[in-house]
Design a protein around this ligand. Sequence first.
Ligand code: F6R
Length: 239
Amino acid sequence: MRLIKVSDEEELSRMAAEYVFSKIKRSERIVLGLATGRTPLGMYRHLSKYSKEYKLLFSHVHTVNLDEYVGSRAYHAYMQENFFDHIGIPSNQTHLPDGEALELERECKRYEEVIKQLGGIDLQVLGIGENGHIGFNEPGTDFSSRTHVVELTESTLSANAKYFTHEKQPLKAITMGIGTILESKEILLLAAGVKKANAVKELFRGSLNENIPATVLNHHPSVTVIADVGARSLLEEES
Ligand code: F6R
Protein backbone atom coordinates (compact mmCIF):
# COMPACT_ATOMS: atom_id res chain seq x y z
CA MET A 1 0.00 0.00 0.00
CA ARG A 2 1.37 3.37 -1.01
CA LEU A 3 0.86 6.42 1.24
CA ILE A 4 0.87 9.95 -0.18
CA LYS A 5 1.18 12.44 2.66
CA VAL A 6 -0.49 15.81 2.24
CA SER A 7 -0.88 18.67 4.67
CA ASP A 8 -4.57 19.52 4.47
CA GLU A 9 -7.85 18.87 2.73
CA GLU A 10 -7.10 21.33 -0.07
CA GLU A 11 -3.84 19.58 -0.99
CA LEU A 12 -5.61 16.22 -0.72
CA SER A 13 -8.28 17.40 -3.16
CA ARG A 14 -5.71 18.63 -5.67
CA MET A 15 -3.56 15.48 -5.43
CA ALA A 16 -6.56 13.20 -5.79
CA ALA A 17 -7.84 15.14 -8.80
CA GLU A 18 -4.41 15.08 -10.49
CA TYR A 19 -4.14 11.36 -9.85
CA VAL A 20 -7.54 10.58 -11.36
CA PHE A 21 -7.19 13.09 -14.20
CA SER A 22 -3.87 11.61 -15.33
CA LYS A 23 -5.55 8.20 -15.64
CA ILE A 24 -8.48 9.70 -17.56
CA LYS A 25 -6.18 11.56 -19.96
CA ARG A 26 -4.06 8.49 -20.67
CA SER A 27 -6.91 6.08 -21.33
CA GLU A 28 -9.12 5.55 -24.37
CA ARG A 29 -11.84 4.18 -22.13
CA ILE A 30 -11.95 4.03 -18.33
CA VAL A 31 -14.40 2.79 -15.71
CA LEU A 32 -14.19 4.87 -12.53
CA GLY A 33 -15.68 3.77 -9.24
CA LEU A 34 -16.82 6.85 -7.31
CA ALA A 35 -17.62 7.81 -3.73
CA THR A 36 -19.79 10.55 -2.27
CA GLY A 37 -19.49 12.30 1.12
CA ARG A 38 -17.43 15.25 2.19
CA THR A 39 -13.93 14.01 1.39
CA PRO A 40 -14.07 13.78 -2.45
CA LEU A 41 -15.95 17.09 -2.90
CA GLY A 42 -12.77 19.09 -3.56
CA MET A 43 -11.51 16.40 -5.96
CA TYR A 44 -14.72 16.71 -8.00
CA ARG A 45 -14.36 20.49 -8.00
CA HIS A 46 -10.81 20.29 -9.37
CA LEU A 47 -11.70 17.59 -11.92
CA SER A 48 -14.57 19.74 -13.20
CA LYS A 49 -12.15 22.65 -13.55
CA TYR A 50 -9.51 20.55 -15.37
CA SER A 51 -12.19 19.27 -17.76
CA LYS A 52 -12.92 22.88 -18.76
CA GLU A 53 -9.29 24.05 -18.83
CA TYR A 54 -8.11 21.13 -20.99
CA LYS A 55 -11.37 21.06 -22.97
CA LEU A 56 -11.53 17.36 -22.21
CA LEU A 57 -15.03 15.95 -22.24
CA PHE A 58 -15.40 12.82 -20.17
CA SER A 59 -17.11 11.01 -23.03
CA HIS A 60 -14.79 7.99 -22.73
CA VAL A 61 -15.40 7.72 -18.97
CA HIS A 62 -17.93 5.38 -17.37
CA THR A 63 -18.73 5.71 -13.69
CA VAL A 64 -20.19 3.39 -11.07
CA ASN A 65 -20.91 4.77 -7.61
CA LEU A 66 -20.40 2.82 -4.43
CA ASP A 67 -23.76 3.36 -2.84
CA GLU A 68 -27.16 5.04 -2.49
CA TYR A 69 -29.63 5.31 0.39
CA VAL A 70 -32.74 3.14 0.27
CA GLY A 71 -35.85 5.18 -0.63
CA SER A 72 -33.75 8.18 -1.62
CA ARG A 73 -31.90 9.71 -4.55
CA ALA A 74 -29.60 11.78 -2.30
CA TYR A 75 -26.38 10.46 -3.87
CA HIS A 76 -27.77 10.73 -7.42
CA ALA A 77 -28.39 14.41 -6.69
CA TYR A 78 -24.95 14.84 -5.10
CA MET A 79 -23.15 13.35 -8.11
CA GLN A 80 -25.16 15.37 -10.61
CA GLU A 81 -24.62 18.64 -8.77
CA ASN A 82 -20.99 18.20 -7.79
CA PHE A 83 -19.60 16.39 -10.82
CA PHE A 84 -21.68 15.05 -13.71
CA ASP A 85 -23.24 18.42 -14.61
CA HIS A 86 -19.75 19.89 -15.16
CA ILE A 87 -17.81 17.35 -17.22
CA GLY A 88 -19.73 16.47 -20.38
CA ILE A 89 -20.29 12.82 -19.52
CA PRO A 90 -23.19 11.09 -21.32
CA SER A 91 -25.85 10.29 -18.72
CA ASN A 92 -26.08 6.64 -19.82
CA GLN A 93 -22.44 6.23 -18.78
CA THR A 94 -23.06 7.11 -15.13
CA HIS A 95 -24.41 4.45 -12.78
CA LEU A 96 -25.59 4.41 -9.18
CA PRO A 97 -27.65 1.82 -7.35
CA ASP A 98 -31.37 2.66 -7.50
CA GLY A 99 -32.37 3.12 -3.86
CA GLU A 100 -36.01 3.57 -4.92
CA ALA A 101 -36.21 0.17 -6.63
CA LEU A 102 -39.22 -1.85 -5.51
CA GLU A 103 -37.26 -5.07 -5.38
CA LEU A 104 -34.02 -4.28 -3.65
CA GLU A 105 -32.49 -7.74 -3.95
CA ARG A 106 -33.06 -7.69 -7.68
CA GLU A 107 -31.55 -4.20 -7.85
CA CYS A 108 -28.39 -5.46 -6.12
CA LYS A 109 -28.03 -8.21 -8.72
CA ARG A 110 -28.69 -5.75 -11.54
CA TYR A 111 -25.95 -3.47 -10.21
CA GLU A 112 -23.42 -6.31 -10.09
CA GLU A 113 -24.35 -7.08 -13.70
CA VAL A 114 -23.82 -3.43 -14.71
CA ILE A 115 -20.28 -3.53 -13.32
CA LYS A 116 -19.60 -6.85 -15.04
CA GLN A 117 -20.94 -5.62 -18.39
CA LEU A 118 -18.65 -2.59 -18.15
CA GLY A 119 -15.71 -4.96 -17.80
CA GLY A 120 -15.05 -4.19 -14.12
CA ILE A 121 -13.73 -1.08 -12.40
CA ASP A 122 -10.35 0.31 -13.48
CA LEU A 123 -9.91 2.79 -10.63
CA GLN A 124 -12.10 2.85 -7.51
CA VAL A 125 -12.04 6.02 -5.38
CA LEU A 126 -12.91 5.38 -1.73
CA GLY A 127 -13.46 7.48 1.36
CA ILE A 128 -13.26 5.86 4.78
CA GLY A 129 -15.77 5.92 7.62
CA GLU A 130 -14.84 6.85 11.18
CA ASN A 131 -15.53 3.19 11.99
CA GLY A 132 -13.40 2.02 9.05
CA HIS A 133 -16.27 1.37 6.64
CA ILE A 134 -15.69 1.44 2.89
CA GLY A 135 -18.73 2.05 0.74
CA PHE A 136 -21.43 1.38 3.31
CA ASN A 137 -19.86 -1.90 4.34
CA GLU A 138 -20.12 -1.56 8.08
CA PRO A 139 -17.95 -3.40 10.65
CA GLY A 140 -18.54 -7.14 10.54
CA THR A 141 -19.40 -7.29 6.81
CA ASP A 142 -18.15 -10.42 5.10
CA PHE A 143 -15.01 -9.68 3.09
CA SER A 144 -16.44 -11.64 0.14
CA SER A 145 -19.79 -9.76 0.07
CA ARG A 146 -21.31 -8.55 -3.20
CA THR A 147 -23.66 -5.56 -3.69
CA HIS A 148 -26.23 -5.75 -0.89
CA VAL A 149 -28.65 -3.85 1.34
CA VAL A 150 -27.24 -2.68 4.68
CA GLU A 151 -28.62 -1.29 7.91
CA LEU A 152 -26.49 1.72 8.73
CA THR A 153 -24.79 1.87 12.12
CA GLU A 154 -25.26 4.63 14.71
CA SER A 155 -21.77 5.91 13.91
CA THR A 156 -22.56 6.32 10.19
CA LEU A 157 -26.03 7.74 10.81
CA SER A 158 -24.73 10.39 13.15
CA ALA A 159 -21.77 11.29 10.89
CA ASN A 160 -24.19 11.85 7.96
CA ALA A 161 -27.23 13.30 9.77
CA LYS A 162 -26.17 16.82 8.72
CA TYR A 163 -27.03 16.03 5.05
CA PHE A 164 -30.66 15.27 5.83
CA THR A 165 -32.20 18.59 6.81
CA HIS A 166 -34.96 18.42 4.14
CA GLU A 167 -35.67 14.71 4.07
CA LYS A 168 -35.93 12.01 6.73
CA GLN A 169 -32.60 10.23 7.06
CA PRO A 170 -32.82 6.72 5.58
CA LEU A 171 -31.67 3.93 7.87
CA LYS A 172 -30.66 1.59 5.07
CA ALA A 173 -28.54 1.77 1.94
CA ILE A 174 -27.49 -0.30 -1.05
CA THR A 175 -23.73 -0.67 -1.27
CA MET A 176 -21.22 -2.42 -3.46
CA GLY A 177 -19.89 -5.34 -1.45
CA ILE A 178 -16.34 -5.67 -0.19
CA GLY A 179 -15.76 -8.50 -2.68
CA THR A 180 -17.03 -6.23 -5.47
CA ILE A 181 -14.73 -3.38 -4.41
CA LEU A 182 -11.72 -5.70 -4.15
CA GLU A 183 -12.11 -6.72 -7.80
CA SER A 184 -11.28 -3.15 -8.91
CA LYS A 185 -7.95 -3.08 -10.71
CA GLU A 186 -6.73 -0.16 -8.65
CA ILE A 187 -7.92 1.67 -5.53
CA LEU A 188 -7.40 5.26 -4.38
CA LEU A 189 -8.48 5.89 -0.78
CA LEU A 190 -8.85 9.43 0.54
CA ALA A 191 -8.72 10.23 4.26
CA ALA A 192 -8.99 13.69 5.79
CA GLY A 193 -9.26 14.87 9.38
CA VAL A 194 -8.56 13.50 12.85
CA LYS A 195 -11.88 11.66 12.98
CA LYS A 196 -10.39 9.21 10.47
CA ALA A 197 -7.10 8.78 12.37
CA ASN A 198 -8.02 5.56 14.13
CA ALA A 199 -9.31 3.87 10.97
CA VAL A 200 -6.16 4.95 9.08
CA LYS A 201 -3.93 3.64 11.88
CA GLU A 202 -5.69 0.25 11.74
CA LEU A 203 -5.44 0.19 7.96
CA PHE A 204 -1.66 0.58 8.08
CA ARG A 205 -1.27 -1.96 10.87
CA GLY A 206 -1.37 -4.43 7.99
CA SER A 207 -3.52 -7.15 9.53
CA LEU A 208 -7.04 -8.04 8.41
CA ASN A 209 -9.85 -7.25 10.82
CA GLU A 210 -13.52 -7.67 9.84
CA ASN A 211 -14.45 -5.10 12.47
CA ILE A 212 -12.52 -2.49 10.47
CA PRO A 213 -13.61 -3.17 6.88
CA ALA A 214 -10.91 -0.99 5.26
CA THR A 215 -8.20 -3.36 6.53
CA VAL A 216 -9.24 -5.72 3.73
CA LEU A 217 -7.35 -3.40 1.39
CA ASN A 218 -4.18 -5.01 2.69
CA HIS A 219 -5.25 -7.89 0.45
CA HIS A 220 -5.36 -5.76 -2.70
CA PRO A 221 -2.26 -5.48 -4.92
CA SER A 222 -2.67 -1.83 -5.94
CA VAL A 223 -3.85 0.62 -3.28
CA THR A 224 -2.81 4.26 -2.90
CA VAL A 225 -3.89 6.21 0.19
CA ILE A 226 -3.84 10.01 0.25
CA ALA A 227 -4.05 11.17 3.87
CA ASP A 228 -3.77 14.60 5.44
CA VAL A 229 -2.04 15.44 8.72
CA GLY A 230 -5.16 14.88 10.82
CA ALA A 231 -5.90 11.45 9.33
CA ARG A 232 -2.25 10.42 9.87
CA SER A 233 -1.99 11.74 13.44
CA LEU A 234 -2.24 8.38 15.23
CA LEU A 235 -0.16 6.63 12.58
CA GLU A 236 2.75 8.99 13.14
CA GLU A 237 2.45 8.77 16.92
CA GLU A 238 3.09 5.02 16.59
CA SER A 239 6.08 5.12 14.25
C1 F6R B 1 -19.75 7.36 0.27
C2 F6R B 1 -19.15 6.22 0.94
C3 F6R B 1 -18.66 6.29 2.34
C4 F6R B 1 -17.82 7.56 2.60
C5 F6R B 1 -17.38 7.60 4.07
C6 F6R B 1 -16.60 8.86 4.38
O1 F6R B 1 -20.15 7.03 -1.04
O2 F6R B 1 -19.09 5.18 0.35
O3 F6R B 1 -17.87 5.17 2.62
O4 F6R B 1 -16.73 7.57 1.76
O5 F6R B 1 -18.50 7.53 4.90
O6 F6R B 1 -17.46 9.96 4.26
P1 F6R B 1 -16.93 11.46 4.39
O7 F6R B 1 -16.06 11.70 3.21
O8 F6R B 1 -18.19 12.30 4.34
O9 F6R B 1 -16.21 11.54 5.69
